[in-house]
Design a protein around this ligand. Structure first.
Ligand SMILES: [Zn+2]
Length: 333
């Protein structure tokens, strides 16, 4: 029988720095705090509406009064940025999505009210895309089954200007048309909104993880899919091209969406650009954790915090997550 040889470690013992919680906290390379989080909201035209989204426990489509109340509560917990998605009035969806730029739209009214209520304590960000407003559900103008690129730019510019005019601090185009960042930047500047920040959904993949969101935003395409404009998830180098193109066009801030299955892309974009970078922890990621936790299969709090930390470690500065309010509460406890 061979003799068992036990060697002791050398001078290096990596466990030394893990001995106590205080020591571990002191040497931790990555943190996540409420100041890193953005909470998305779905705003309905009816002021007192509150419609729970079955596939996203804890999340609802809300009218202005409830949105303001919720945002006030989250603000007290330290959530200082919100991303607004809108809905037109019933019957307001058209082929060109014109209601997206209406001065009295749900998002525009929410921007005005939130800035009046919370001033510069709250960063109001808006999603800029036509899919919630077009009757066909695509993110641009549709012609014979094709989403037209250049014809889609003007309505997106009008939508972004209407948000800036209503007081939005940040507009965030999510349509993935080529050239939209430059077009929106020029449009904002020409309209006198040169200080409005432009956060580009620079790298948005055609992902199955958006499933629950489509119920929330009521934006499922009536026909076809979004693969001719959103990115193919088999491509990582192309993701960096998308990001650098938006930097070139004048974006102030970039985003990768979804987050957890795309940590490699977050890292690649982080290394390729000096801009602030967000990761969007999307509905499918959120709902999967909620469903597993509801079954008692995972520890919701631990898994959520570990996932968000992984996104930060991969290089995301800012996290857009439906769990923002809960996370802020956990971090306080
Ligand atoms: Zn869209």
């Amino acid at each position: 029988m061979a003799e068992l040889i036990v060697t002791t470690p050398g001078r290096t013992r990596l466990r030394r720095l893990r001995r106590t919680r205080t020591l571990r906290n002191l040497v931790a390379e990555t943190t996540v705090g409420a100041e890193n989080l953005i909470m998305p909201h779905f705003v309905l035209p009816a002021r007192r509406a509150n419609v729970a989204i079955a596939s996203m426990p804890g999340i609802a489509q809300q009218g202005l009064e409830n949105v303001v109340k919720q945002i006030g509560k989250d603000l007290a917990l330290g959530i200082r940025a919100v991303l607004l998605f809108g809905h037109p009035e019933h019957g307001g969806k058209t082929p060109d999505g014109a209601a997206a730029a209406a001065a009295n739209g749900a998002v525009q009214r929410a921007c005005e009210r939130l800035k009046r209520e919370f001033g510069d304590d709250l960063i109001v960000m808006t999603d800029v895309c036509l899919c919630g407003y077009t009757d066909h559900g695509h993110c641009g103008i549709l012609d014979h089954g094709q989403v037209l690129n250049d014809a889609s730019l003007a309505p997106l510019v009008h939508m972004a200007i209407s948000h800036a005019r209503a007081g939005a601090d940040v507009v965030a185009p999510s349509d993935m048309m080529d050239g939209r960042v430059a077009a929106i930047r020029d449009g904002l500047d020409d309209a006198g909104f040169e200080d409005t920040v432009l956060m580009s959904y620079a790298v948005k993949f055609a992902s199955a993880y958006y499933g629950p969101f489509r119920e929330a935003a009521d934006s499922t395409p009536a026909s076809g899919d979004r693969q001719s404009y959103q990115m193919d998830f088999r491509n990582g180098r192309e993701a960096v091209r998308e990001a650098l193109q938006d930097v070139e066009e004048g974006a102030d801030w970039l985003m990768v969406k979804p987050a957890l299955p795309y940590l490699d892309v977050i890292r690649a974009v982080r290394d390729a650009s000096l801009l602030p970078l967000s990761a969007y922890n999307v509905s499918g990621e959120y709902s999967a954790v909620k469903a597993a936790a509801a079954n008692g299969w995972i520890d919701e709090r631990a898994v959520t915090l570990e996932s968000l930390l992984a996104m930060r470690r991969a290089g995301a500065d800012i996290l857009i997550t439906y769990a923002a309010g809960e996370v802020a509460q956990w971090l306080r406890a």
